[in-house]
Design a protein around this ligand. Structure first.
Ligand code: ZN
Length: 114
């Protein structure tokens, strides 16, 4: 999965098309994500003798294929590429500006060469 939690994404299909939001949750199993304040559904909880009825708003998962990552560097909805790092780890990069999309994974430790 190319998308990670706290990525900013642009919705490219469905009723929220054109909106942007932050990824809150990733449901790997069914290929869906939950985006903050988007795809809001309403659930009516029926009242019971013990409890009053309630209306709950919640963010429904949407398909990963309906969103595009917004690059934090060039602020465009972009396609994701991969770059192999020196430590053999893969890094997600923006296909437009070639910058890393993993701004949260800035490593502070410096590797010393012996
Ligand atoms: Zn970019």
């Amino acid at each position: 999965m190319k998308i990670k939690i706290s990525d900013n994404v642009l919705i490219v299909a469905g009723k929220e098309k054109g909106k942007t939001g932050k990824v809150l949750k990733i449901l790997k199993k069914n290929g869906k994500i939950v985006v903050e304040k988007l795809n809001i559904r309403t659930r009516h909880i029926k009242k019971t003798p013990q409890k009053a009825g309630e209306i709950i708003h919640y963010e429904a998962p949407m398909a990963v294929s309906n969103v595009k990552i917004i690059c934090p560097n060039c602020s465009k909805a972009v396609r994701v590429g991969y770059k192999l790092l020196d430590n053999a780890k893969k890094q997600r990069v923006c296909k437009k500006c070639d910058q890393s999309l993993d701004r949260t994974e800035v490593t502070t430790k410096t590797t010393r060469k012996s």
